[in-house]
Structures are given as structure tokens and as C-alpha cells.
Design a binder for this molecule. Sequence first.
Ligand code: MG
Length: 388
Amino acid sequence: MNRAVLSLSLMSLLSTPALADGGFYGDPPDATHPWAIHDMNRPQPPRVEPGTFSSQDRPGTPPSDAIVLFGGMAEEIEKWQADKQPAEPTKWEVKDGVLQCVPGSGYIRTKEEFADCQLHIEWSAPSKVEGNGQGRGNSGVFLMGQVEVQVLDNYNNPTYADGFASSIYGINPPAANALHAPGEWQTYDIIFRRPIFKEGQEIDPGYITVFVNGVLTQDHTPLEGGGGHKTRSQSRAFPEKGPLKLQDHGNPVRYRNIWYRPLPKRFVDGGEYSRMTPEATAAKRAQIAEKIRSEANQKEGQAKMLSLFESLCYASNDEAKNSALGMLDGFTNEVKNLPAEKLATQKGEILQVTKALRYLTKFQFLPQELEAKKVLEGMIEANAWEKK
Ligand code: MG
């Protein structure tokens, strides 16, 4: 190779700016984790503009990605219907920005159907206290129309614990009674995961977490089939989705500020959230490796070489490996032949490539005895580029 060709290829090899956060950092992917620790290839969380909290006087605003089921407008009654077959309009009323149960008119359900969600809902029991136990300010929030998070005025009103406000009715009492007085607004924030069955086998029992006025009352409580009145429910499959239902239990309970956010799908539900099986992890790693290789082919020089090497951390690929090793030999030979003053200008690149090689050999993506690594480390030592 003559000098002109050498310096041209060297320029293309070395001119790419250093990669920001360029991998080779945290522990690599393993059998059940498709991403490395602190992996910059892992997708960024989607941006959500947060809403505002409610006060007693006024409801807050939902976050930007929430689906609003009732935000205070009269026409939003159209999002609901009487829980009857065939469906018919509900007789519940919207007054002063509030959705109110009309006793005797029956449950209502949303036209919208959904499953795993973060649900926000606020309710208020009548300020005129009537009845006791289950008869005072009773309603209910039914996730997927099946699991009741109890709504009940339990302010100085005892009842059976598994029928308390924010109990999973018939399943689990709340961990605390954090209710305001009747007539005041109570806030439920609920995280719901439906049960998942495959071929009749329970894969995930489904869980529910509830905060009442900001106080945790249900902590990842298993659904055990969803509960019910008097009868012990059995673990069972749920449909893919269902409506949200609100109960008419004969009390004019009021609701406001009802919204939900769909949750990312769990691995057991076909998504990528939560721990994955080795098979799913291997498939995901292959997909990530493929993406990095295809991006590498849009790059040049050192950036391309490092990307090809990086792809090996997700899935082995002889073509990518041989191509990157070939580029590494080229890189090493060229810096080896640089005069001292030119070599100093490549300090950053040499350190970066060496860092990658140390990572790749440490985690056995490349053989421990790698000639190029020894050569580059020799240069670093000779020039004292690393602080002791
Ligand atoms: Mg109820």
C-alpha cells in the first residue's frame, strides 16, 4: 500500500467521531435479558406530559396519553350505556360536571373495552349519611366488568373487611382505611393486570394494586378469579378485554375524573414487559443484533467496526465477526505504522477500540488471546495514556 492510499483509508477509518455512549459498558445480555445493563440500544421511554392532581374543589387533569372515560362534560354520557343486553342508554345523570348513579337504574358500563390499565377514578358518597354497613354509599368499580374494587362509605362505618372500600370484593381487604368523610372526593388509582391462561393452564393469576387518596391499599393482590358475593371464586381465564362497569347498589354515589392508560403488554401476553423466557430472549437478541448490523452497514470506518462488534453481544454472526476482525487488523496495522506525533492524534480512537476489545474478550465474544488487543494495549502502555 503506498502512502497516499494508506492515509486516505486511514482518514476514513479514523475520521468518524467517537460514539456517544457507545456500548461495551455494562454486563452483556444473558439468557433471560435481551439487553445489556445500561444499554443505549434499549428504546427510550415514551414521553408523557403529566396531568395535575385534583383538589376537593376541582378535578385534576389527566396525563397526555390517558383515555378519558368521563372528564365532566354532559355529552360524555355517550361513552357509557346501561349494563343490559341489548345495550340501551343509561339513566345515570351528569350534573355540574359529575356523573351520578340514579338508584334503581342499574349498573353502567363503558362502550370502550380494555384490559391491563392504570385507572384513575374519583367518587363521593352522599354527604347525608343514610344506612350502615354495606348499605351506606355503596357502589363499585368493576375492572373488565369482572373484578370489583369496592366503593363504600366506610368513614366510621364498619363492615366485613373483604367488603370494605377498596377491598377486592370477596377476595382481599384493603391494607388501610384512608377515606375522607362522606361528601368529600375520594381518589382511586388502580393498576390492573388480567389473568392469563394458555391451554387451560394459569400462566399469570392477574394482579391489582390500589391507592386510595394516595395511600396503598392493595399491593399486587392476586385476582383469584375476581371475587364476588358469598361465593369463593376460582382462578379462571378472562377475555382479552372488557368494559369498565360502575355499580348501582341503591345509593346516589357520584363520580368524576375517570381515565385510564393502557399498560405495556406483559411477556406472557405477547409483549416485552417483565421477565422473558430463554426462547423469547434469544429471538429478541437476534432482532437487536440484526438491527445493529443493518445500521453498521450505513456507517464507515471505526464506527462500523465497533457496531459490528457490538452486534456480537446480542447474537453471534460469523460474517459480522470476520468483517469486524478484518477491519480491526487494518486499523491496528495502520496505527502501528504511524509516526509518534501522528499516533498521538489517534489516542482517543485507540483507547475506544481497546475498551471495546477488553469488553468483548472479558465476556468471551472474542478470544482472550487477541493479537490486536495486545498491540493496542502495548501502545497505550508505551505512551502512558491510561492513568494508573
Ligand atoms: Mg359495591
